[in-house]
Every structure is written in structure tokens, then in C-alpha cells.
Design a protein. Structure first.
Length: 224
């Protein structure tokens, strides 16, 4: 079996420029601060203290917004993709995720102000709610442990890689089995399960660096 490592490089048509309104910014700032609270006692070098987008990735948001979040399209090449932060997920992207992993990830309603003055109310802010330590280091290539302060904290480490043509990633099937989307906090990367990734390809979804094994796209990883 294979899974997919999400690649950071995405095509320009899948990466519109958007801007949250002030109320949405305030809500995101509040919930991400609450996410961080359980980790604030840890030193910054601790691997579980590393987060993306202002909060610990993979940990659920502690509350929902009272009204839909609002973002405006500043620049876009063609129609919005099925997924692209902060434009969020299209309804069919949400349905695809729920098909393979129902009731796990969070979806918050959004209003997207388009360049022609219309409002798209069919999109959702998607927040991935699986946070795992699943890298099978002994089966990887070009992946190594990084210990920020080995003298003080020898047990603290996470993984680094060049993420180039020599990189080979493997994940433990026992940990990621049944998961459609997850964040590995030691490698600090997002992954897709094989079934969801293949479904997105076969049905022509756009965005989120969807799997294709091509340049700038997500890469297959082994399940061991």
C-alpha cells in the first residue's frame, strides 16, 4: 500500500490570493491561541511545540465561529480550486473527505467574496484533525533525526529532509490505517491516504498539491 506526502509546491492556478476580514482574523487568532495553551509549558525546542499557520497542526479547533468566516479574492487565475487556503474546501472536496473519513475533520462555513462582486457560500474552512508520529525512519532515505538541544534534552527530536529526488518516505501502516488526512508532527508535513488521493485524481479535483507524482506535486510514500 502507498500513501501520499503533500508537496509544498503548487501551481499558480491552484493558489489564489485571498484576504480574511477582520472578524475572521480575530476568530482564527483566538482559537489558535487556545490550541497552543496545552503546549505553552513546553520549551520552544520541544518537537511537539512546532506548529504551522499560527497553531499546532492536527489538533482540533476548540470552538466554532458564530457566523460564517469571510474572505475576499484579491487575485485568482481562473475559478477557485477545490482546495486552497484560505479559500478553504469546496463542498465536493468536503464530501470526498467525509466519504473516506467521516466525522473526523472540522469544516467551518465560509463566504468568499469573488472579484465580480458575487459571494460564494459553498466553501468551507477545512481543519485537519489527525496529528500523528508515523514515520518509519528505518525504511526512509534522505530523512534524519534533528535534535535541537541534545545535551539538555537528548530525547527530543523531529525529522528533517531535503525533499528532493533522493528522498523516500515510509509511514507505519498500524498508525495511519483508516486515516484519509493527517499531519505528522515529527516530519512537519501533511499526508493523504491512498484511497482519498486516488479519488481526487480520478475525479479531477484541483488544489492542495493534489497527488500526481509530477513536478511540484505530492509524492507516493510507502506504508510498512
Amino acid at each position: 500500500m502507498m500513501a501520499w506526502l503533500r508537496c509544498d509546491n503548487i501551481l499558480i492556478e491552484d493558489c489564489p490570493t485571498l484576504e480574511w476580514d477582520d472578524r475572521s482574523k480575530d476568530w482564527l487568532k483566538t482559537v489558535r491561541a487556545k490550541q497552543r495553551q496545552p503546549l505553552e509549558a513546553l520549551p520552544p525546542e520541544h518537537p511537539d511545540h512546532v506548529w504551522q499557520f499560527g497553531g499546532p497542526s492536527g489538533i482540533p479547533y476548540p470552538e466554532s465561529p458564530a457566523v460564517p468566516l469571510v474572505t475576499s479574492v484579491v487575485h485568482s487565475v481562473g475559478p477557485l480550486p477545490d482546495y486552497s487556503p484560505p479559500a478553504g474546501a469546496s463542498s465536493r472536496f468536503r464530501e470526498a473527505v467525509e466519504r473516506f473519513e467521516p466525522g473526523v475533520h472540522q469544516f467551518f462555513p465560509m463566504e468568499v467574496l469573488l472579484g465580480d462582486g458575487t459571494v460564494d457560500t459553498s466553501r468551507w474552512l477545512m481543519h485537519i484533525c489527525n496529528r500523528v508520529d508515523a514515520i518509519a525512519l528505518e525504511h526512509c532515505a534522505d530523512v534524519h533525526e534533528y535534535r535541537p538541544k541534545p545535551d539538555q534534552h537528548p530525547g527530543w527530536y523531529y525529522y528533517r529532509s531535503n525533499f528532493d529526488s533522493k528522498t523516500r518516505i515510509a509511514v507505519r501502516k498500524s498508525i495511519i490505517s483508516g486515516k484519509a488526512l493527517w499531519y505528522d508532527w515529527r516530519l512537519q508535513r501533511f499526508f493523504l491516504g491512498q484511497e482519498l488521493g486516488q479519488f481526487l485524481i480520478e475525479n479531477g479535483f484541483r488544489g492542495w498539491s493534489l497527488p500526481s507524482d509530477g513536478l511540484g506535486r505530492s509524492q507516493h510514500v510507502a506504508e510498512v
